[in-house]
Design a protein around this ligand. Sequence first.
Ligand code: NAP
Length: 259
Amino acid sequence: MDLGIRGKRALVCASSKGLGLGCAEALAAAGVDLVMNARGAEALEVSADRIRSEHGVTVKTVACDVTSADGQEQVIQAADGVDILVTNAGGPPPGMWSDWDREDFIMALDANMLTPIAFMKALLPNMMENGWGRVVNITSQSVRAPIAVLGLSNAARTGLTGYVAGTSRQVAPMGVTINNLLPGIHDTDRANSLDSGVAAQKGISIDEARADRAATIPTRRYGTRQEFGAACAFLCSKHAGFIVGQNILLDGGATNITM
Ligand code: NAP
């Protein structure tokens, strides 16, 4: 399917690895020029080089922490005028509801709620002026059904979801859509590090921890970054202009809900 976005420009935050990289790759395959970001310059340059050579698109890189004010300024400057915004950042650490203090919540809110909001506030006006734009926020299945050990994520991402629900309806008249993609368990470094934590806690191997988690998913496997990226690219396509303010679960059926 021709996604109809060849020649457009996208910012994909936190995209040297994992789900962000999957989105960058799928957009590049559709002919979209990219601004990519991550804190670590080395992995970022490796991914950017590979995308340039595989897809022939232009890729600008900005190595910085996207959750810091200074990092946001650098990325927004490099991404001035983009047509497509994919927000992403690392997820908060796991723990118990009783572990976290005000500072822990402030950090999670900064990374997973206020950072995507800052990017939308900076980059939506140009999209609205052009009469076309796409925003996809990478959130989590924890928005639909809380994950006990990820209370910081449950809280921060639900706040972002409320903001998107209201804002998406205000920008849609100008041809701009905002939607959220809610990953379930995907095969990325983040999933591996959560599996390592469970393995250490239960005294089992990482492979056993992974098999236990895969068994909770109706597909009996983790999702891939390529599957995730393809869904993101479709939401950014010309075909997705009537999809507004939605929260789309990509979880292999793991969240046991009817709607
Ligand atoms: P990942 O494999 O660990 O990749 C994270 C990517 O983001 C890396 O490129 C990393 O590069 C970059 N990054 C992290 N923090 C950053 C920051 N502050 N500023 C700039 N770049 C940053 O993670 P993932 O699995 O793709 O997860 C992406 C998001 O989806 C996370 O918020 C995660 O909580 C959420 N999620 C993931 C899953 C899953 O199963 N994978 C499930 C639900 C939700 P650097 O480290 O070099 O910065």
